[in-house]
Design a binder for this molecule. Structure first.
Ligand code: MG
Length: 390
């Protein structure tokens, strides 16, 4: 039985991981859970999965959690705050840590898990996007494995099984095109929060759904693919594939192209990350190509989706620039969700923040540099947004 810890257990990745654990109680055992602030759901998860250690990020709500699980016996170790999350990440005999915390908040606990020798089921993009220059050497040093739990990177990872490193020529990331793929570019100025939250294919958290609408999600995935698979940016391409049936493709040196297909369901990459290299039988709906129908492809429209180019530029700039891009994006998306800025201001804000960071960027940042750049970019994004909304 594989012991697992889940960071972000009440979020979209966390709950889907627990669905898998509940389906395969003979294969997986939950030893640790960490969540942000959803006490009711976390208490329910504790009752069902009986973890040994639990952290609640929002410390003020700890008494509420204690009361909610008073009858659970034996009691788990209960911790609070970011330090508590870090403790769950490095706890005991967990073999694999699922990192489902959204945003840069997931970076430090993931680093702690790697340092404790845990394999990582990577659902937190920032670990590599912001932390890549620091995290990759750590992974090497501690001999741990990173299993991508994102559908695109999992697809690439699955296609790469048995391919020698020198055999890979190009990565093709597929993108659904998000909520506005059929909207003319002129209409995007008028987008509302409700519009942006209507994702056509995938059911995900709010932040990532907005990132899909701007295609920043895909831009961030380009940077992640660069770090995960050691691929140069000029060999990573994006193709719009509205049906989300092909989850990504690789081209090999001999021009052979391999793809991974399936219905859009996050549980599949999660299951493979947890069970690698095994292939577990499931009773999930099997892919029916006839039912899936036409699979179509389009070049992404850079005028409509400026965030893509911003991400490529930040990736190529390297150093802490991807961290800055990511933090500015998180802040700008939060402001958009709070109806403080307009949809198109998200890209404008990120571009200005990245431009202002250029003179400070160092080629080989430390973890402290990255965390500082992240904080700087958030403040800068707040200031820029205020100017944009005036
Ligand atoms: Mg994805």
């Amino acid at each position: 039985m594989k012991a697992i810890a889940i960071l972000g257990s009440t979020g979209s990745i966390g709950t889907q991981t627990l669905d898998i654990v509940a389906q395969y109680p003979d294969l997986f055992r939950v030893v640790g859970l960490a969540a942000g602030r959803n006490v009711a759901m976390l208490a329910e998860q504790i009752r069902q999965f009986r973890p040994e250690i639990v952290a609640l990020c929002e410390a003020e709500k700890l008494p509420e959690l204690q009361a909610a699980i008073a009858e659970v016996n034996p009691q788990p170790i209960l911790l609070a705050g970011n330090e508590g999350v870090v403790e769950v990440a490095r706890y005991g005999d967990a073999e694999i840590v699922v990192t489902g915390i959204v945003g840069c908040a997931g970076l430090l606990p993931t680093v702690a898990a790697i340092e404790a020798g845990k394999n990582i089921a990577l659902a937190n993009k920032e670990t590599l996007i912001a932390g890549g220059p620091v995290v990759l050497p750590l992974i090497e040093k501690h001999g741990v494995k990173l299993f991508p739990a994102d559908s695109e990177h999992s697809a690439i990872f699955q296609c790469l099984q048995g391919v020698p490193k020198s055999g890979l020529k190009r990565i093709l990331l597929t993108a659904s095109g998000g909520a506005f793929r059929d909207w003319p570019v002129e209409k995007l100025e008028l987008v509302t929060v409700a519009d942006a939250l209507k994702h056509p294919n995938w059911s995900m958290g709010r932040k990532i759904t907005v990132d899909s609408a701007t295609l920043m999600n895909k831009g961030l995935e380009v940077i992640e693919a660069h770090f995960l698979f050691g691929m140069a940016y000029e060999n990573i391409e994006i193709v719009i594939h509205p049906q989300s049936i092909i989850h990504s493709l690789i081209e090999l040196q001999d021009t052979s192209v391999l793809a991974q297909l399936g219905w859009p369901d996050m549980r599949l990459p999660l299951l493979y990350a947890l069970s690698y290299p095994e292939r577990i039988h499931t009773d999930w709906e099997r892919l029916d190509l006839v039912k899936a129908g036409d699979l179509t492809f389009k070049e992404p429209d850079h005028q409509k989706y400026p965030c893509m180019q911003l991400a490529y530029a930040a990736g190529r700039a390297g150093g802490s620039m991807p961290a800055v891009l990511n933090a500015a994006n998180e802040q700008a998306v939060a402001l958009f969700l709070a109806e403080k800025i307009r949809f198109l201001d998200i890209a404008r804000c990120i571009e200005t923040v990245c431009d202002r960071f250029t003179p400070q960027n160092r080629p080989t940042p430390s973890l402290d540099d990255i965390v500082a750049a992240d904080l700087w970019a958030r403040e800068e994004a707040m200031a820029v947004s205020q100017q944009l909304s005036n």
